[in-house]
Structure formats: C-alpha cells, structure tokens
Design a binder for this molecule. Sequence first.
Ligand SMILES: [Zn+2]
Ligand SMILES: [Zn+2]
Length: 368
Amino acid sequence: MVEKGRAAIFKGLGQPMEIVEYPVPEPEPGAIVVKVTMANICGSDLHQWRGDIDIAASGTQLPAILGHEMTGKVARLGQGVSTDSAGEPLAVGDRVVYRYFKPCGRCPACLRGEDAACPVNLRYIKPVEVPPHFTGAYADYYYLRPNQTIFKVPDDLSDEMVAPANCALSEVIYGLGKVGLGFGETAVIQGAGGLGINATAVAKDMGAHKVIVIDGIKERLELAKAFGADELIDMKEYKTPEERVRRVRELTGNKGAEVVAELVGFPGAMAEGLRMLGRAGRYLEIGNISPGKTVEIDPSTLVYHSKTIFGVVMYGSDTLKKALDFLSRTKDKYPFDKILSHTYPLEEINKAFEEQDKGLVSRSAIVM
Ligand SMILES: [Zn+2]
Ligand SMILES: [Zn+2]
C-alpha cells in the first residue's frame, strides 16, 4: 500500500484550510523527502492567508500548501544523495533545515552569483495536486528538489530554535551582510518583530557598537533588550517621526547611524529611517512586502549625504549554514526559545491562523 501524508490545503481567500492526504513521493535522483516536525506561522504566511499578498492573482495555482518556515527529519533520500550542502554525511532520520526556495541557476541574477534575487524564488508555492504534492510547510512531508540547499541540524539546537532559521534569521544575516554592517558601527532596527529581534542579536554578533531598536509594544521592546539591544526607542514615548529621528541623533553623538534596517513593513518607516542615517549611511529595506504601498522621500538627501539603499529578498545559498552556526554560538546568550509562544496540531491550523491574526498569540507553530 502507498504511504500517505496529510497536508493543509489553501483553496482561496476567506476559505478555511482543509486537511487532505496525498501519497508520499519517492524522491527522484538527487531529491530528498523530509518528515516535517515543526512549521511556523510567519508574517508573510498571514499576508497570503489574509490576501494582502494575493498569491492567486499573481499566478499561483490553488489549492496549495502554504508555509515556508520549518524543520524536520530526512525520511527518504534520492539516489546519489549522501551529504548535506556543507558536505556532512546525510542519512535517513537526520534532523535538517533547508531553503524553501530553489533558484533556477541560469537567469541573469543567478549567473551573476546573486541567486537570492532569482525571480523563480518568489514562486515557491506550487499547486498541491501536481506531484510531488508536498511543497509547503503545513504538511507531514516536504519534498526537496535536486540541489535544493539543505543542512544538518546540530544536536544542541531544538526544533523551536531552528524552524524559523530559514526565514527571519537567514534574511537578516544576509541583509546586514549586504549593507556591510561593520565592527564598531551603530545600527538602528525599525521594528522588534521576528526579523527585528533576530537582526538585533546578529548586529551585536557582527560587532556593532550600539544597536538601537524602535517599536511601540512593550513586550517586543523587552524581548529586543534580551536579544542585545543597547538602546530602546518606545514609540509611545517618542510619538512622531521627528522625535524619533532626534532621539537617534542624540544617541549617536549627533552623527546619525551607519546602518538603519526597516523590518516592520510600513512604507512610512523608510522615509523616517533614511533621516536617521548619518553621512555615507546604508539603509536596509526588508520589511515592506505588500506591493502598491508608497511613500514620499526627498532623493536629494541621498545625494548630498551619500546614502545608499539596499533592498533584499531571500538570501544566499550558504546563509542558512551561517544561521545554524550563529545559533550554536549564541544560544546561551540570547533567549531564542522565547520567540515562539504557542503550538497547535495540524488539525487546528485554521485556529492557529485566526488567533495569530487577531494578535491573541505573538508567534505560533504547527507541530506534526
Ligand atoms: Zn517567514
Ligand atoms: Zn535564477
């Protein structure tokens, strides 16, 4: 008898996800089938579920399995696979993390060595009716295509710590690398959500002298502090962009920050953040992912102050390995196990989405 696995399928906006069973695929040569153990609900999954990002309108065939932050164990290895992407021996039962997207390898971005910018990456949600079926996180299995990046998880890191590593953590490691955050520099982190919390710890680990975190929610600011923030700017106290820009000036000896990272997702944050930069400062744009929302900026300030803006989506092929190494190195220093607040079984996925959407839970995961 063919073994089957469950998948929560998304049929369209406003419809509850439904649990359906599909046959577990036999991996083609070079492919890997993973038994998923934990899958998180990330902000972008909520955007897709709510329709802020209309995946059907942008060409994704539904129904499909949503979700991208996950971890699991190797269930089946395709012919020819004997190691992970770092060259470590890989066997059935090994705990793993992996990129949830696979660049094409032959577009202009890929050929320039910028495979994070490959347009194929953004089309990672595939129709579930087409084999190998298991191409999203909210399911018992996940199918890695040949040459999709995968790394073994060290024993000392829990599922709770590594499940989000292939999204927020890798994204900010890659982004802060792109803007070249340097030893002794000051970084401003706009937004203390999942991205901001990770960025704070990564910036400290990269040698930032001072990390200033801005948010309006007390619990998030407290978490930022636990993740290494040197200074907090509470938006309830500093209510206007002017006040916050002035506060950053005060905290940087009036010179402004070398790096400001937008990790909150409001277009207005960009206009504000650019003003927090000092001369030759670098702005990192990651948070704004809902198309069509705009903001007014004065481009002459970029010219006269030699400021640079970097937009970054996804991350490089070796970033996830760096993320695991970072977690091993700093797991006793920062409370990575505090980021996740609730877990739900796959059958309760609709409840999990509704509760996170309403803000009843801060960050939840589905456990298989
Ligand atoms: Zn994510
Ligand atoms: Zn490509």
